[in-house]
Design a protein around this ligand. Structure first.
Ligand code: HEC
Length: 296
């Protein structure tokens, strides 16, 4: 690869293919480029292919040039050089237009006729990029002034409140899809009927032997009263189910058997026992728990 243009083409092609492969790669919400080593293997192959392609084209052109007569050859080579330069000429011309400055050759046209100790001044035009940004800022200021100072569209407080409301909506959307990500710090009481009935099923399958179906207690303590050994409230109950009770008491850790969502469901179900009257209630154990007193 001898020309800058071909390097450019290869780089552009590489960037484009990284974009396309990332788009096509099925990795859900993850980035394929960070998680899949195959990704870079494919990109590597594509880059090799692009380089090989450039080299082949160059070789073909060289072979073609050699088969020409002497005079045509010189012409051909000159033309090729010019072609390679052309994209840069265009970029250059565009850049010059943005600057709006005169080339050094034309500078004598705009030189001012005063002279301070040999320092002369050029009467350059303001660069167009600057002039247009200035006009744009004036337009912006007018619109801004009318919108916020005359019509009082919205103020910062309202903007903040809208942003918070939007974020809260997003959080609740996210919670719906991320229920399984709950842990001790984020768990909240689930109130949907489907979660509670799932919790009931888990309770009946795993917990009734010690706590009874109505929560009245047996080997385990009564779950219907306001007394708790290990603390009430969703966070403590979730923690007890997840980590287990005190050593040797019989309440094991359930986190290897139940998923986080299942623990949240059964914990929410356990809390529905509060205030009910079981058939054979076990005497209260532990202390009366209130959210304010022992919320850890
Ligand atoms: C082998 C019997 C047994 C099983 C099965 C059992 N528990 Fe327990 N549970 C206990 C005992 C015993 C305690 C008291 C632990 C302590 O004193 O540290 C307890 C405590 C608890 C507590 C805390 C009560 C308090 O007063 O702080 C909760 C909540 C609880 N269990 C829920 C459950 C749930 C939900 C299940 C089913 C997934 C379950 N338990 C299964 C025996 C059991």
């Amino acid at each position: 690869m001898k020309t800058t243009a071909s390097y450019f083409r290869v780089i552009l092609f590489t960037i484009a293919s990284i974009g396309v492969i990332e788009y096509l790669y099925e990795t859900g919400t993850e980035w394929a480029m960070f998680t899949q080593y195959l990704f870079w293997l494919i990109v590597g192959c594509i880059v090799l292919f692009a380089i090989a392609f450039e080299i082949c084209i160059e070789a073909l052109e060289t072979v073609l040039a050699h088969s020409l007569e002497e005079e045509a050859k010189v012409k051909y080579i000159a033309k090729r050089k010019e072609d390679q330069q052309r994209p840069f000429n265009k970029i250059n011309a565009f850049y010059q237009r943005l600057l709006g400055s005169k080339s050094i050759k034309e500078e004598h046209e705009i030189i001012l006729d005063h002279n301070y100790d040999g320092i002369k001044e050029l009467d350059n035009n303001l660069p167009p990029w600057w002039v247009y940004s200035f006009y744009a800022s004036i337009l912006f200021a007018v619109v801004y002034l009318v919108r916020f100072e005359v019509f009082h569209d919205y103020n910062q407080v309202e903007e903040y409140e809208a942003a918070v409301e939007f974020a809260q909506k997003e959080i609740s959307e996210w919670k719906k899809t991320a229920k399984n990500l709950v842990d001790i710090t984020t768990v909240e009481v689930l109130t949907e009927a489907s979660d509670l009935s799932a919790g009931k099923k888990i309770f009946n399958a795993n917990c009734v032997a010690c706590h009874k179906a109505d929560g009245g207690g047996g080997i385990g303590p009564n779950l219907t009263d306001t007394n708790w050994i290990l603390g009430g409230g969703i966070k403590n109950v979730f923690k007890t189910i997840s980590e287990g009770g005190r050593d040797g008491k019989g309440m094991v850790s359930w986190k290897s058997d139940l998923k986080p969502l299942e623990m949240a469901q059964v914990a929410s179900y356990v809390l529905t026992f509060q205030g009910t009257t079981p058939a054979e209630p076990k005497d209260p154990e532990g202390n009366v728990w209130t959210p304010e007193a022992t919320d850890k």
